[in-house]
Design a protein around this ligand. Structure first.
Ligand code: MN3
Length: 237
């Protein structure tokens, strides 16, 4: 790492610190009159070389922004979007009028998943979980490496577009599974996410083309393990 990179890293760390109050789970428990695209908390180039700048930029300012725009177009038809918690709606989509249900499922799911995802990545994070999350991972999977192997297997066997998850299920157990499209752990498993990986092609195609496994390997270098530990704590209580 040369001096310029060191300065860049320090600047990126400062940017993260200044937005540290932002949390995907806190956001999910809020209600919103209008939906907004959350800041990344780091630059589009901050996760290089693991996740490339062009991918980050189009993913955040293009794909995620589209979910936000679509949601704001739905709030008049679906007043619950303004008054109910995001996780409350994701956990029970039957409260959404049928003619808007698929649109809410895709766009609110996409908004939740991506907000969670940005928050879960950081430049220069720790190499692994600490304290309670480490103990739980070791107890459930045997080791951090085995947990990653299981998540990668769920990610690589998800046909088409979706997400792979490490989550806490209804029995407070750590579980690994994948979801299709923009479905969230609340929908499929009544679970709360700890770690989630976007395996849509838009998350990796510019850099890795069709090689999802290469993307997965690179992605684990970006994990914000402090955030994962915080997610685990929230999900376990
Ligand atoms: Mn995506």
């Amino acid at each position: 790492m040369n001096r310029r990179d060191v300065v860049k890293t320090i600047a990126a760390t400062a940017a993260v610190a200044s937005t540290a109050k932002f949390s995907a789970l806190a956001f999910a428990d809020e209600t919103a009159a209008t939906f907004t695209l959350p800041p990344l908390g780091y630059g589009y180039d901050a996760l290089e070389p693991h996740i490339d700048t062009a991918t980050m930029k189009v993913h955040h300012s293009g794909h995620h922004a589209a979910f936000v725009k679509n949601l704001n177009g739905l709030v008049e038809k679906v007043p619950d979007l303004k008054t109910k918690k995001i996780t409350e709606i994701l956990s029970d989509l039957s409260i959404v009028p049928e003619d808007s249900r698929t649109a809410v499922r895709n766009n609110l799911g996409g908004h939740f998943n991506h907000t969670f995802f940005w928050d879960l990545m950081t430049p220069g994070g720790a190499k692994g979980p600490s304290a309670d999350l480490k103990s739980a991972i070791d107890a459930t999977f045997g080791s951090q490496e085995k947990m990653i192997e299981d998540v990668n297997k769920a990610a690589s066997t998800r046909f088409g577009s979706g997400w792979a998850w490490l989550a806490v299920d209804e029995n407070k157990k750590l579980v690994v599974f994948s979801t299709a499209n923009q479905d969230t752990p609340h929908m499929d498993m009544a679970a709360k996410p700890v770690i989630g990986i976007d395996v849509w092609e838009h998350a990796y195609y510019l850099k890795h083309m069709n090689k999802r496994a290469d993307y997965l390997k690179a992605w684990w270098n970006t994990v914000n393990w402090d955030k994962a530990a915080e997610n685990f704590k929230t999900a376990s209580t």
